[in-house]
Design a protein around this ligand. Structure first.
Ligand SMILES: [Mg+2]
Length: 402
C-alpha cells in the first residue's frame, strides 16, 4: 500500500478531574473540629455586603450556596455560623494535596486552589481504580474529602465530576467518583442542559431556549453553518464540545520559576568597575540560559553579599518581558549603584530573573537598536553553541568599564 504515508494510532487518554469537597469548610473543620457536622460558612460580614465563599454540606441543606450574599444566607438560616476564613491555611493544604497528586503523574494542570486535571493515560489501572486510590490517599494523609471525574478528555472529566457531585447531594461531602467510558462521551452529555457546557452562560442558555435548544443533544444536532450564525467563529467549536470532543492538552505550569547565576570572589572586591564587569558577565549568562530555554522574564534580581556576610537582594519588575542580556545588565547595574555602599568589599554577586513565561514581545515595541542587539545575540549564541562559552566575550571585559 504505497499510498499510505502515515499510520494514525488513536490514543485513548485517561484524564481525571479532581475537586476537593467544600474545601475551605473542610479545612476549617480540621482547624476547629467543633464545626464538624454544623451548618457553617466561610464568608464576608453581612453588613459589609459580604458573600459566602464556601459553605458546609449541613448549611447547603438550608438552600445556602457559595457566591450568595451573606445577608441572604443568614435570612435563610439565622443560626448559620460565619467563619471569616484563613487563606494561609487553605493555600497550605492545597499545596499538600497537589504534592500527593504529583506522586501519581507528572502531567497535572492545577485549575484553582482546590481543583486539578491529572493525565493518567500511562498508568495501567482503570481510571476508577486510580481515582479510588487517590481519593483514599488524600483522605488518609490530610482528612480532606474530594470528588473525581474520569473521562477521555478534560471537558467530559470536569462535567462528569460536577454531575457526580450534584447527584450525591446530601448533608455529607459527596466523595463521588464518576466515570464516562471511552466512546460514551456524547451519550453522557446528550440529556444534560446546555448550561453544563463550557462557554455557555445564563444569557446564551436563555437565547438557545427561545430556539428550542435545551439539552446538549439539541445543540449537537445543529449544523456548523447554523452554529456560525448563532455564535460567530467559535460556533463550530461549541458544536464539537456538544458532541463530547475536546483535544485540549493539560497545561502544566512552567517548571522553572527563576534563572540565576552567582559568583563568589576569591578575594573580596571593592572596586565598582570590577563589580560591574562581573554583573555584565553574569547578565550575559542569565540571558543566554533564558534564550536556550525559550523563556523570558520580567523581574530582575540582584544579590549582593558583603565581606561580613550581610546579604541583600533587590529586584526591579520591568514593564515587559525580556530575554536580552543588555536589559538584564542595565537593570542590575542600576540596582548595584543604588544599593551598594560604595567602597564596602563584596564577597558575592548574583543576577537572577523570575516571572518567567514565553518570550512574547510586540514587534513594534522593538527599536532599531533592540533589533540589532537581538541579531547580535543570536549570532553570539550560535558561536558559543559551536565553540564553547569562552569563544567570545564582550569588549567591556577587556576595557574594564560598564
Ligand atoms: Mg471544590
Amino acid at each position: 500500500m504505497d499510498n499510505v504515508c502515515c499510520i494514525i494510532i488513536p490514543v485513548t487518554r485517561k484524564i481525571l478531574h479532581l475537586d476537593l469537597d467544600a474545601f475551605y469548610c473542610a479545612v476549617e473543620e480540621l482547624l476547629n473540629p467543633d464545626l464538624k457536622h454544623k451548618a457553617f460558612a466561610v464568608g464576608g460580614s453581612p453588613n459589609k455586603r459580604g458573600v459566602i465563599s464556601s459553605c458546609s454540606y449541613a448549611a447547603r441543606q438550608y438552600g445556602i450556596h457559595s457566591a450568595m450574599p451573606t445577608a441572604r444566607a443568614l435570612s435563610l438560616y439565622p443560626k448559620l455560623i460565619l467563619v471569616s476564613g484563613n487563606h494561609t491555611a487553605y493555600a497550605d493544604y492545597s499545596a499538600k494535596v497537589m504534592k500527593i497528586i504529583a506522586q501519581l503523574s507528572p502531567l497535572v494542570e492545577q485549575v484553582s486552589i482546590d481543583e486539578a486535571f491529572i493525565d493518567v493515560s500511562d498508568l495501567p489501572q482503570s481510571g476508577k481504580m486510580i481515582s479510588k486510590a487517590l481519593q483514599r490517599n488524600i483522605n488518609d494523609a490530610l482528612s480532606l474529602p474530594c470528588s473525581i471525574g474520569v473521562a477521555t478528555n478534560k471537558l467530559i472529566a470536569k462535567i462528569a465530576n460536577d454531575y457526580g457531585k450534584a447527584s450525591k447531594r446530601g448533608s455529607k461531602p459527596p466523595q463521588a467518583i464518576t466515570v464516562v467510558p471511552p466512546g460514551g462521551e456524547a451519550a453522557f452529555l446528550a440529556p444534560l442542559p446546555v448550561r453544563a457546557l463550557w462557554g455557555i452562560g445564563p444569557k446564551t442558555a436563555a437565547r438557545l431556549k427561545t430556539l428550542g435548544i435545551i439539552t446538549i443533544d439539541d445543540l449537537a444536532q445543529i449544523p456548523d453553518e447554523k452554529l456560525k450564525q448563532l455564535f460567530g467563529k467559535s460556533g463550530p467549536e461549541l458544536g464539537l464540545r456538544a458532541k463530547g470532543i475536546d483535544d485540549n492538552p493539560l497545561v502544566s505550569e512552567h517548571k522553572v520559576k527563576s534563572i540565576s547565576n552567582e559568583v563568589t570572589f576569591e578575594r573580596d572586591i571593592a572596586d565598582q568597575a570590577k563589580l560591574l564587569q562581573t554583573l555584565r558577565s553574569l547578565s550575559d549568562r542569565v540571558g543566554r540560559r533564558l534564550r536556550k530555554s525559550a523563556l523570558a522574564g520580567n523581574t530582575i534580581h540582584l544579590k549582593l553579599r558583603y565581606a561580613d556576610f550581610t546579604t541583600l537582594t533587590r529586584q526591579i519588575t520591568l514593564s515587559q518581558y525580556t530575554d536580552q542580556d543588555n536589559e538584564i545588565y542595565q537593570t542590575v547595574n542600576t540596582l548595584l549603584k543604588t544599593n551598594w555602599i560604595k567602597g564596602h568589599p563584596v564577597r558575592l554577586l548574583g543576577v537572577g530573573i523570575s516571572g518567567l513565561g514565553p518570550p512574547m514581545r510586540q514587534l513594534n515595541l522593538w527599536n532599531q537598536e533592540d533589533i540589532r542587539e537581538k541579531k547580535l545575540l543570536k549570532a553570539v549564541d550560535g558561536l558559543k553553541d559551536r565553540f564553547g562559552e569562552k569563544i567570545i566575550r564582550r569588549a567591556s571585559h577587556l576595557k574594564n568599564n560598564d
